[in-house]
Write a protein that binds this ligand. Structure first.
Ligand SMILES: Nc1ncnc2c1ncn2[C@@H]1O[C@H](COP(=O)(O)OP(=O)(O)OP(=O)(O)O)[C@@H](O)[C@H]1O
Length: 303
């Protein structure tokens, strides 16, 4: 899979002295929905600002589609860093016509992007009467003009009610299904888990972990197993790369999966060593405690 974005050792110190990013390295593959997750102030907007050429990095490099960012490359990226200034008295269509002219996009695209974001029936309504969710969807439509290969979104569901959140999430998934890559910043693990295929977790400007969402979340799950061959299993466990730690509790073994492995990988490893598991239970942590684990865990290293 080709890489859409490669960030290497990116650091940013703001003039006031705040170190917003420290040596950030990550790669976004084509076709992924990549979540940049982190608490407030962790450096998500700064990262997006730098790679969109709105902010200057203090150190480090980034490449889009294997090249440095040029005018032609910018046309391949649609972005919403903050809600665009739409004209309140103009309709959705009229506002998009102005943006299409700026982006040198064909006016024929307007109806199609309005359909994608579910605003086609309201295309003649004035922007000032739109709900917050509709305004956000119009911003998405504007970002989609010019048919970019990548969409970059900063907190796309911020301030929306549950219905608005679900609508924006549906649009993101629909756009990704058309083959576009999506990069989005969010402080909500729930949002990232529901929509993203990959994620990077930032805390105080540092990368805590990066990789597939399912693998990262599984890493903090506890797996409880039972086997007739407990002595043999205890002998095997220290050699298994799938397990980061384990302990025995009576007839059970309590294991924590290592980064990138699932309980199925673990089951297979035991089977291949001739150990049959009579029970295997995965105890999932709540999303909230997963997130706290990730940002607290000093030993978590990037995948
Ligand atoms: N223009 C600026 N000047 C000085 N410090 C800044 C500036 N912009 C951001 N910062 C600081 O840099 C750090 C990272 O901010 P950033 O906005 O990138 O984080 P974030 O993860 O996007 O947070 P949020 O979720 O609140 O938007 C914070 O400590 C913030 O206060």
């Amino acid at each position: 899979m080709a890489n859409v974005l490669e960030i290497q050792n990116l650091s940013k110190k703001y003039p006031g002295g705040v170190q917003a990013l420290q040596q950030l390295t990550l790669t976004v593959e084509a076709g992924s929905i990549y979540g940049l997750l982190g608490p407030n102030g962790s450096g998500k907007t700064t990262t997006l600002g730098i790679v969109l050429d709105v902010l200057q990095a203090s150190q480090g490099t980034y490449n889009w589609f294997g090249q440095s960012l040029k005018k032609e490359t910018k046309r391949r990226i649609g972005a919403i860093l903050e809600t665009p200034n739409f004209y309140p008295y103009l309709s959705a269509s009229q506002n998009l016509k102005i943006i299409a002219d700026i982006k040198l996009a064909n006016h024929r695209e307007i109806d199609s992007v309005l359909q994608t974001v579910g605003l086609f029936p309201r295309r003649h309504s004035a922007f000032k009467g739109f709900s917050l969710g509709m305004k956000q969807r119009l911003a998405l439509a504007a970002a989609l003009l010019g048919d970019p290969e990548v969409l970059v979104l900063d907190e796309p569901t911020n301030g929306l009610d549950p219905q608005g959140i679900a609508e924006v999430r549906g649009i993101i998934q629909q756009v990704a299904a058309q083959g576009k890559t999506i990069i989005l910043a969010s402080h909500l693990l729930d949002e990232v888990q529901k929509v993203c295929t990959h994620m990077a977790v930032l805390q105080a400007g540092k990368l805590k972990v990066a990789g597939r969402v399912d693998a990262i979340l599984a890493q903090h799950d506890q797996v409880i197993i039972r086997t007739e061959n407990i002595t043999q299993a205890l002998g095997l466990l220290p050699q298994l790369p799938q397990v980061s730690n384990f302990r025995q509790e009576e007839n059970y073994l309590m294991l924590t999966l290592a980064n990138g492995y699932s309980s199925a990988d673990l089951n297979q490893a035991f089977f291949q060593s001739g150990i049959i598991l009579s029970e295997l239970t995965v105890r999932k942590k709540s999303l909230e405690s997963q997130f706290l684990d990730i940002i607290k865990d000093k030993n978590t290293s990037p995948a």
